[in-house]
Design a protein around this ligand. Structure first.
Ligand code: 5RP
Length: 244
């Protein structure tokens, strides 16, 4: 059995975020263990308080979880824009930049977050970092010519100063992981990313790169659980959005 030592912190952050949901909202539901806590709590609120919400999932996994909890989901094509997305993160730096995609849902997570007026990150304190990069950066790539794209990523990262960077295709057992969108993921160990916006822009120039897990200027508020029932809420939420 896998024991998540941050489980109670994740629950605390999710509980706090539940208090920010208002009747009639159009919500984006993130992916991961913390998002799962939020989804379970949301289902309770919909049933107990009779909330009427429209919701979009950021992954098949989240859709299944939400539907099993009794929530009815919509399609982003029908809603078009959302009030709020609540999602977890793998890292958050002091400027609110994120690395996401540990669960492989980075592309849909970014589409949904960008379609939202506001994105709130819920996480345990271990996700807070001075600068991004200890968590390997997920880069989602098209399957066509994947090896060539991998070479282009290596060369791009080299030009950006990441000389010793290790990168590998994400696997599950002996199979390459395929995302909900039908793509591969390359995880790049960059160790320290001082200019995440520049890295995101350069990687996105490579034709085979579909999206990176760098979320720059997207997160508006962070709720970080401490594991003792308390959370740190880090704002303000009036930050300008970047177009990355
Ligand atoms: C999935 C993600 C998750 O939000 C991230 O991996 C955090 O997960 P968890 O809440 O399980 O710690 O980006 O693609």
């Amino acid at each position: 059995m896998i024991i998540d030592k941050h489980a109670s912190s994740k629950r605390d952050a999710a509980e706090y975020a539940l208090g920010l949901v208002r009747d009639g909202m159009r919500l984006g539901l993130g992916t991961g263990a913390t998002a799962d806590c939020f989804i379970d709590g949301l289902a309770r609120r919909v049933i107990d308080d009779g909330l009427s919400l429209s919701m979009v999932a950021t992954s098949h996994r989240t859709r299944t979880r939400a539907e099993q909890a009794g929530l009815k989901l919509s399609d982003l094509n029908d809603l078009r824009d959302l009030d709020l997305t609540i999602d977890g993160t793998d890292e958050i730096d002091i400027h609110f930049n994120l690395i996401k995609g540990g669960g492989g849902a980075l592309l849909r997570e970014k589409i949904v977050a960008q379609a939202s007026k506001e994105m709130i990150v819920i996480a345990d304190q271990s996700k807070r970092v001075e600068s991004l990069g200890k968590f390997p950066l997920p880069i989602e790539i098209d399957r066509f010519g994947a090896q060539a794209t991998s070479d282009m990523i290596k060369s791009c990262l080299h030009h950006l100063g990441f000389h010793e960077c290790r990168q590998e295709f994400r696997r599950s057992g002996d199979k390459l992981v395929v995302t909900d969108g039908g793509h591969y993921i390359i995880d790049a160990e960059l160790l320290r990313i001082d200019h995440p916006k520049e890295v995101a822009i350069q990687l996105n120039q490579i034709p085979g790169v579909v999206e990176t897990g760098l979320f720059v200027g997207i997160c508006d508020l962070a709720v970080l659980g401490r594991g003792n029932g308390e959370v740190d809420v880090i704002g303000p939420n009036e930050k300008a959005r970047s177009d990355v």
